[in-house]
Design a protein around this ligand. Sequence first.
Ligand code: ZN
Length: 354
Amino acid sequence: MEMFHISDVISLLGLPGPPHGRSSYYIQCPCCDELPRNKHLNINLKKDVYRCPRCGISGGIFDLYSLYTGVPRDKVRKTLVKSLGLPMHLNTERKKYTSTPVVDCPITDIEARNATYTALLSKLSLAGDHKQNLFDRGLSDDDIIRLGYKTTPIVGMSVLAKQLQNEGYYLAGVPGFYKTDNGDWTFVQEKRGILIPVRDIKGRIQGLQIRRDDVQKRKFRWVSSADKTDGCRAESWTHLVGPIRPIALLTEGPMKADVIHALTGLTVIAVPGVNTLTQLRTALTEMRQEGLCEIKTAFDMDLSTNHHVQSAYKNLLNLLDEMNFKFGTYIWDPRYKGLDDYIWEFCLNRRKSQ
Ligand SMILES: [Zn+2]
């Protein structure tokens, strides 16, 4: 009967303890996480084991101690007895942990995500109907290639994941990837649609959105593998298209931003939705350092009628105000729902009249 617990070893080694009540949590992996903010080593207090889905190391209490101290595994027990005293098996009832069925793997850094997503997209193609859909919005062949839009894969997710893994890409902590019951990596199977890379200030892919075919509600969704084994939750990334200039347009939806930029050349920032501003402050702070000082908001016209949207919009303006940005609103012909529709019509008419 083993009487040491992994929590004893964790405190002995001075490793971070679990967030309140958690029986499973992640810390920086000593083998593969170069940065402290990357946390891939899963500690399971209930099972007294650790495991890193990224590099594959795993083990129990003695292995963990050995891993951090270099003490050979067969000497660990003796060392622990010296440090902790003899294992107590009397009246030491196991601390009760609330059960946390699946804990998401923490998101990995932007460089790794960008590399993995870029490699993934390079293996996919864009279906004819999707290409036509994008042409109809005013995008050209060159735009589509530059933006990297692709059709969601329908089959062969495990093969794709395997290829990426063999090529050296990290899949742990990249939203969309998770492990099957067999322990193999795979990629989420979503409704068919267009994959949209959501990029940061340096053009790196932070995450992917899907514009789903044949759905009326929630047409755009994040690629996410939350609540799946070794899966990872997507965050509400802010998208940027175009070079940083003193003035940028701020709208809703990365695809819309891409279309507006392609048609007008303007620099466009997109939040996923007017009510999802979690990443906006960070993104704007970075952009300001590069010279952004004024923001023109361009949200859909139903702003004027929907109260929920109105209050979310107010929060957005408060944020801009608080951050000392100069801001104003782009007004366009209210017969068009979105600025992209309006611009499109305008460009099309201009093209016709030439
Ligand atoms: Zn690792």
